[in-house]
Design a protein around this ligand. Sequence first.
Ligand SMILES: *Cc1c(COP(=O)(O)O)cnc(C)c1O
Length: 375
Amino acid sequence: MKVPYSYLTEQFKNSEQILEAFRAQIDRCQFTFGRELEEFENNMAQYTGAKYVLGTSSGTMALSLLLKASGVSYKDEVITVSQTFIATVGSIVAIGARPYYVDVLDDFTMAPDLIEQAITPRTKAIMPVHYSGNPAQMERIMEIADKHNIQVIEDACCTISGKIKGKHVGNFGISGAFSVHPLKNLNVWGDGGFIITNSKKLYDKIFLLRNHGLKGRDEVEILGYKARLDTVQDIVGNYLFKKIDNNTEKRNSTAKKYDGALSSKKLSDYITIPPRRKDSRHVYHMYMIQAKNRDMLLQFLVNKGVEAKVHYPIPVHLQKASMNQKEPFQMTDLSKTEAQCKSLITLPVHQHLTDEQIDYVIDCIYRFYEEELWK
Ligand SMILES: *Cc1c(COP(=O)(O)O)cnc(C)c1O
């Protein structure tokens, strides 16, 4: 049986409605700043409960724009994690600032208790990541940030629909950045992202930064970037956003099924499922667990047609790009991050999986440990 990791061909098998919206747009040719952008931003404001939304050219640019607009600049430090996709750190370095890595908890998100030891006179922001679709411990992080008067920017790039006690992620700090890249739960036909914030001041600044700092057609107020979300992507986003809650629910029920089947006594020496919080909504952008003999398990699953993956075998702080700094980036002890990267495995969890496929994945994992380890 084949269990593909990607759901894109399935998701876009029947895209007539999107193509029709494209055709209608061709009559208007408003390829940038079309009415669809406004519609997308309104949709996202309503969905996340944030006052202001700005579409951006990617999640990475959303993060960079936010840092820039928040006054983070050259050689300033941003406390973040190494247990993340490289874009988190890329967005910090792109504006001349520097990451300060702190270790994570067993659920792969920032360890709030390590933040204080990473604060220096250069600290300008804290950037927790809602990693794998799992909301970070925002209440605790905000307590510490408020105590030290440091702004918090949430990397919510892979966590659209994520909530803590009913409040959508991105609304805890001064703002949150989201990605609508094809591999995210809400996705478009290329690169894209958006920013949510409840600060009018931040919104106004990013509104300018996103479009060359142009105020109107002829006047440049500040020097900025070009980082807009194109009409084509808005059309796809507006179409798909109606399905996002169903997709999230489906992912959750699949994850629950995996959790139940893989937390058996039989597998307890081999599989570790991260702690699940009751007060938050995980969106399972990725279903990640820790597995003994991970690399062998991965190979076994792939051979059986299960497209499992590893996110990521090398943590950001151990990447060549991160280590080749003249003045090394600072970090707390990152042993948890490093241990996780050696044992993490990601199983397919998308909304188009059938019950047979899910059962097959579970069955393959049992078979692996039976055949490979118990012989
Ligand atoms: C995807 C992702 C990003 C970057 O988003 P892009 O739209 O690909 O630029 C940043 N951070 C995290 C945690 C992500 O998963």
